[in-house]
Design a protein around this ligand. Structure first.
Ligand code: TNX
Length: 508
């Protein structure tokens, strides 16, 4: 009780002793504040839904109708509040563009937000307050109870991302959309797609057609690979948007470019196209930084991708360019960032780009394994924002334990509590406060082939990273987290998510 009192102290001051209890410990990421009112709402067959936003209302109705079997008529707009009401009015200013306030009483649930994104995040919290069977796609018995109380919630960081490497192994549009649905449950708002690497080029570019048709024709291990048509890519972007997620496309340059170099001989300094590559080495390929055609290529590729991408960011990679001399590398990054800016986007790059002098809008993604990096600290001091993906904490392709079948070990073993046990806002020397834009969990796919493989590596570590990105540091508590994470297990089981049963988590 003393602990509960501490957590709720801010709310308690004017709520009185009857409201001292917290809600059941089931929500990931942990909300900013939650307080119980002791009542219970039960969703019944006569319940109705109202929403000020068609998309979010339809999303919630779809999930609830499938598992409850109830009709749950949805009214969009003016009608009086339904049993569950999603309102774009009445939210406190503190919730900002992505936050919400959820109030549950014996008669119903009201979620209030300033923007549809906030309603969508509030809906995720509501789903986690309902029994796990709510995630079923077939009718379940219920009862469909929601504990009574008030949740006030908004994100700590603006950027909460996940990266999927579709280059080392190709994943179909349906597989990517499936992952988007899983990420959305944890309030992730950016999907970074690693669209090119040595082993494959995965996006059709009209001005350089061989990139996809030839450069996309294989993958690690020699499989047939694949690529997204521009319509496929737009479908992913639109699907992500329906889950309030922005796509950040990455074309990795000047290293990690064997697939492009194999597709066009004229991009090579010696005019000779290398063979396609299906191994897992890194650091051996480079665009020819002294060739004028290289910048025509970058301009046309970036131009087509920027036109297809409504989000503000375009990722140029820039990592592990160990076969590009440093002065060539910095001059390449200088030119590439100008090209991205000319197409109206802000450049993101792996933190190696901080060796160059960056535009004010540039963002660096830290992937190191140390807590000091002078180039990144200097860039941050001159205004570069940083996305935190330290490889020894946030890399979803690292093994959990030595026994994990999938994955790699170069950055260490990452059990669930290791993924959770760091503060992105206070981790890298000289990169704190407003320098930190957020957190991302990258999933490299040298060893990842199926959607079940994705699930096993991302769950439960992705929700841990999502919580670091969303929840205030004051809620950080590993015992509490392992319990809340455990409450997700029955949901993942219901949804068919092939998660890793970590012994660190308190599964119910
Ligand atoms: C390093 S980290 C890479 C990737 C690999 C990954 C495997 C970074 C920016 N580059 O090319 O896929 O390690 O863990």
């Amino acid at each position: 009780l003393a602990a509960l009192g501490l957590v709720c102290a801010g709310v308690l001051a004017d709520a009185g002793p009857a409201a001292a209890a917290a809600l059941p410990n089931t929500v990931v990421p942990a909300p900013v504040s939650e307080v119980s009112n002791g009542s219970t709402f039960t969703l019944t067959s006569t319940a109705t839904l109202t929403s000020d936003d068609t998309g979010v209302g339809g999303y919630l109705a779809g999930i609830l109708r499938a598992s409850t079997g109830y009709a749950l008529p949805l009214t969009v707009g003016a009608a009086g509040p339904g049993s569950i009401a999603l309102e774009l009015t009445g939210a406190p200013a503190s919730v900002g563009p992505e936050g919400y306030q959820l109030t549950s009483t014996a008669t119903g649930v009201v979620i209030q937000a300033q923007q549809p994104a906030g309603l969508f995040h509030g809906v995720q919290t509501l789903l986690q307050l309902l029994p796990p069977a709510v995630m079923s796609t077939t009718t379940q018995p219920g009862p469909w109870t929601v504990p009574g109380g008030t949740v006030l919630d908004y994100p700590r960081f603006a950027y909460r991302g996940a990266m999927l490497d579709v280059a080392r192994h190709f994943f179909t549009v349906a597989q990517v959309e499936h992952y988007i649905d899983e990420l959305a449950l944890y309030k992730v708002n950016y999907l970074h797609l690693h669209l090119s690497d040595d082993q494959g080029w995965r996006i059709a570019v009209n001005s350089w057609p061989n990139l996809a048709t030839y450069g996309g024709s294989t993958e690690v291990g020699g499989g047939q690979g694949g690529f997204y048509t521009q319509a496929d890519y737009s479908a992913i972007v639109a699907y992500a948007a329906s889950r309030y997620m922005t796509v950040v496309p990455e074309i990795d340059m000047p290293g990690h470019t064997n697939a492009a170099l194999a597709s066009y001989a004229q991009l090579n300094c010696n005019g000779v196209a290398p063979a396609l590559y299906t191994g897992t080495n890194v650091g051996f390929s480079s665009l020819c930084t002294s060739l004028p055609l290289t910048y025509t290529f970058v301009d046309q590729v970036v131009g087509e991708l920027a036109a297809l991408t409504p989000g503000p960011y375009l990722h140029i990679g820039g990592d592990e360019a160990s076969s590009t001399p440093v002065s060539d590398y910095t001059s390449f990054v200088d030119q590439a960032q100008q090209i991205v800016a000319a197409h109206g986007k802000s450049v993101v790059g792996w933190h190696d780009i901080t060796k160059a002098s960056l535009l004010p809008s540039a963002v660096a993604q830290f992937w190191g394994t140390t807590t000091t990096d002078s180039n990144v600290a200097n860039a941050a001091a001159s205004g570069t924002k940083v996305i935190m993906s330290p490889a020894n904490k946030a890399y979803l392709d690292m093994k959990y334990t030595r026994k994990t079948k999938l994955g790699q070990t170069w950055a260490g073993l990452i059990e669930v509590n290791t993924a959770y046990g760091w503060d992105p806002g206070n981790y890298l020397t000289g990169v704190t406060g407003s320098s930190v834009m957020g957190v991302e969990g990258p999933l490299w796919t040298e060893t990842i082939v199926t959607s079940a493989d994705i699930d096993t590596m991302a769950f439960p570590r992705l929700p841990a990273l999502a919580e670091l990105g969303w929840s205030p540091w004051s809620t950080h508590n590993v015992t509490d987290f392992d319990q809340r994470l455990g409450a997700q297990g029955p949901r993942w089981k219901t949804m068919g998510i092939a998660y890793y049963h970590s012994t660190q988590v308190s599964w119910p």
